[in-house]
Ligand binder design. Structure first.
Ligand SMILES: Nc1ncnc2c1ncn2[C@@H]1O[C@H](COP(=O)(O)OP(=O)(O)O)[C@@H](O)[C@H]1O
Ligand SMILES: [Mg+2]
Length: 373
């Protein structure tokens, strides 16, 4: 990466005897929104605090623009932070809150005035400039927090679940707004969330974390369509998965024997013959046109309308349940009891080594719970 700005090298941290971060290594490029996505308690906030300098790692290094900043105090790192609770000064107006960081630096009044005006314009807060935080909505307060962090032009802005106090509509609107602000200012952001939708819709790249480790890094499309393991596949969406065994290789294709017959997936370099794997596909990866490979003959059991799609539940003769997403106009014509033949192109099949500790059934929507013996 030519415009590399932040590297973490093997960062580890324990609290007492509990390891909270286990050797985190990652690189964030200039001008990107990089996401850390993972369940609550996986170590996201701890990692952000280490980057900001509020917490020291037990081992590992942090480089900012090539300089080792691991021992540099927080206030000398030029890194801004925005939290879930906005922590604005209640006794200062919007204008004064935003100006605060520049006033501390004792910059000329005229310069401060111009910068504050710029920031309030960028965050659409000019009409509210004389109000106090208690007179603002949650979204407006979070915009003040953003403006206040951005005005000092940090090298890097860290955001820790900044939208989780907002209701769903406002959150959606603020996502768009933060994306726009990032684009207009060109500031590099590291954004922490447990919300997969937020990460997939906003990130240039993201790292998925679990239990103190990064389990996969990639673009939203890579993470969604090419998850490297079961955890990522489940955490970022629903996936239809079958247990199988690698039974052979064709040119560019991996063959996997499953309870639904022989399935084919592109790639296969990393697998060996006889290896236990999980193979599957996302609900939207199917085609109703006749396919050469991965043809499933099913019966529709249920349909429901979703966000811009129809959710279709279908069962194979062997009793295997699948969740499919179809365009509304196609899906609305389907009824329970009807036969449905679909196929999945080999390049849309997801394959990864079977993880021995987790049962192999779709868990997320609760419709297809694993049967315990
Ligand atoms: N100061 C601390 N002292 C002891 N344990 C902590 C401290 N901060 C965080 N932890 C623990 O570290 C783990 C990770 O916490 P955190 O980084 O806040 O996760 P996340 O932000 O992903 O929810 C949790 O088990 C949490 O209880
Ligand atoms: Mg947290």
């Amino acid at each position: 990466m030519d415009n590399l700005i932040l590297s973490l090298e093997n960062i580890s941290k324990r609290f007492g005897a509990t390891p909270v971060l286990k050797g985190i290594t990652l690189t964030v490029a200039g001008n990107e929104i990089f996401f850390l996505l993972g369940p609550s308690g996986c170590g996201k906030t701890t990692l952000l605090r280490i980057i900001a300098g509020f917490c020291q790692p037990d081992s590992g290094r942090i480089l900012l623009d090539g300089q080792d900043i691991t021992g540099v105090p927080a206030h000398q790192r030029h890194i801004g932070l925005v939290f879930q609770n906005y922590a604005l000064w209640p006794h200062l107006t919007v204008w004064e809150n935003v100006a605060y960081g520049l006033k501390l630096r004792k910059l000329p009044e005229k310069f401060v005035h111009q910068r504050v005006e710029e920031m309030l314009t960028l965050t659409h807060l000019l009409p509210q400039k004389n109000l106090y935080p208690s007179q603002l909505s949650g979204g407006q307060q979070q915009r003040v927090a953003l403006a206040r962090s951005l005005i000092v032009r940090p090298r890097l802005l860290l955001l820790d679940e900044p939208l989780s106090n907002l209701d769903a509509n406002l959150r959606e609107q603020m996502r768009q707004e933060i994306k726009k602000i990032q684009k207009e200012t060109g500031i590099t952001m590291i954004y922490v969330t447990h919300d997969q939708r937020e990460a997939l819709t906003m990130a240039h790249r993201l790292a998925v974390m679990n239990a103190g480790e990064i389990v996969q890094t990639g673009t939203p499309l890579q993470i969604y369509f090419e998850p490297g393991n079961r955890f990522v596949a489940d955490f970022v969406g629903t996936v239809n998965l079958l247990a199988g065994k690698v039974s052979g290789f064709e040119t560019g294709l991996l063959q996997v024997e499953t309870s639904e017959g022989l399935l084919r997936a592109t790639g296969g370099g990393d697998f060996s013959s006889g290896q236990a794997v999980e193979i599957g596909f996302r609900p939207e990866s199917i085609s109703l046109r006749p396919g050469q490979s991965n043809v499933f003959r099913t019966t529709v059991t249920e349909t429901e309308i979703g966000e811009g799609i129809m959710r279709v539940m279908a069962t194979s003769p062997g009793g295997r349940n699948f969740l499919l997403h179809l365009p509304l106009e196609t899906g609305r014509k389907l009824q329970a009891g009807q036969n449905l033949i679909f196929s999945v192109p080999p390049e849309r099949m997801i394959v990864f080594p079977l993880s021995p500790s987790v049962p192999s059934a779709v868990k997320r929507n609760g419709r297809d719970k694993p049967h315990l013996p």
